[in-house]
Design a protein around this ligand. Structure first.
Ligand code: 5AD
Ligand code: FES
Length: 354
């Protein structure tokens, strides 16, 4: 127990832990340690960003995907999905609706869909920026070449989300078909950083075959990459996926990891994800109280939401964006936090909170 206390003190003082220390911290996870860590993590978040929660409006613009990741509901092998694509005009309309609702970050997220060529993406990015110059654009469209990423950045995209999924190559091979390379995925993250994107990596908590050692390696990978954003959420099985009978990731382990990540990367922008809100009705509030500081409501047209299901029982698929905003403001206020209506950049990039 003294050893765990020493590790927590070291984490709070230096933000650096060895692999063995991380493993000890994870093995000794209990409610008391978790609560103590959550308080320290939330205090750290507040030190840099105040009692604020940043908003990202998510537009899920295509559920076509050329990949067949075993965990994912929209993998190409799932023939039960009704596929859709939003046009440039649809996307602009969603972005404008988000803008009116007070969003200053728009996240364009989709499967890896060749229909959206680099030229089309560049056109969409430029059009959103032209209509709303004060909006930050985040992309989440998977692995692309250095040149493509550079073209998106030069068109005005500010941020890019690409979870590394797992830092252990053997574990990666259990979650993905052989043609997907974890080395390439990690290289993509380094390329994004070099180009100048605020970059986000991350992984699922409790994904099939994940070990404590895998999680330790994920945390060490994050520390080395030093991303501006980190996305983690519980793995949740999807009924049409290879892992349909696997157990979901745990609420408490996810909260514990959110706190550890906040303390390892003190200024990181860290969402309380929709997956966390799906496994527990108060998941997002608990995530914020554990050190997260971002929420990502859905701006996709209600008509397509049921078609973008990476996992079962996803929340908010029937609610208008305005309804989610009301609901979330209330939820955040009740835990003493306030929604910020600025772009919410990482402070390394000059945070311009309201
Ligand atoms: N459960 C939880 N998260 C998932 N993702 C994909 N499928 C699932 C699932 N079944 C996550 C992946 C991906 C992100 C967009 O969503 O980590 O990178
Ligand atoms: Fe969507 Fe509550 S956040 S309804």
């Amino acid at each position: 127990m003294d050893e765990v206390r020493r590790i927590i003190d070291k984490l709070c003082d230096t933000s650096v832990l060895t692999r063995d220390e991380i493993i000890t911290l994870l093995e000794n996870h209990n409610p008391e340690i978790q609560a103590g860590l959550a308080d320290k993590a939330s205090a750290t978040s507040q030190k840099y960003y105040g009692k604020k929660v940043f908003l990202r409006g998510l537009i899920e613009f295509t559920n076509y995907c050329k990949n067949d990741c075993y965990y994912c509901g929209i993998r190409c092998g799932n023939k039960n999905v009704e596929r859709y694509r939003l046009s440039k005009e649809d996307i602009l309309e969603c972005a404008s609706k988000g803008y009116e609702l007070g969003f200053r970050t728009i996240v364009l997220q989709g499967g890896e869909d060749q229909y959206y060529t680099d030229d089309l993406m560049v056109d969409i990015i430029k059009s959103i920026k032209k209509a709303h110059p004060d909006v930050a654009i985040t992309l989440g469209i998977g692995e692309k070449s250095y040149e493509s990423y550079k073209a998106f950045f030069e068109a005005g995209a500010d941020r890019y989300l690409l979870r590394h999924e797992t830092a252990d190559f053997e574990h990666y091979a259990k979650l993905h078909p052989a043609y997907l390379s974890p080395a390439n995925r990690q290289q993509c993250l380094y390329n994004l950083k070099e180009i100048g994107f605020q970059t986000g990596a991350g992984f699922m908590v409790g994904s099939p075959y994940q070990t404590i050692e895998n999680i330790a390696d994920d945390l060490l990978f994050l520390k080395k990459l030093d991303p501006e954003m980190v996305g983690i959420g519980p793995f949740i099985p999807h009924k049409d996926s290879v892992f349909k009978d696997m157990e979901a990731g745990g609420l408490d382990m996810t909260l514990y990891l959110l706190s550890i990540i906040r303390l390892m990367l003190p200024t990181v922008l860290l969402p309380a994800t929709t997956a966390l809100g799906t496994i527990n009705p108060r998941g997002r509030e608990l995530g914020i109280l554990a050190g997260a500081n971002v929420i990502m409501p859905n701006l996709s047209p209600v008509g397509v939401r049921q078609k973008y299901l990476l996992y079962d029982n996803k929340i908010c698929t029937g609610d208008e964006a305005a309804e989610c905003m009301r609901c979330l403001s209330g939820r955040m206020e009740r835990i003493g936090f306030e929604i910020d209506h600025g772009r919410g950049d990482n402070i390394k990039f000059g945070n311009n909170a309201d």
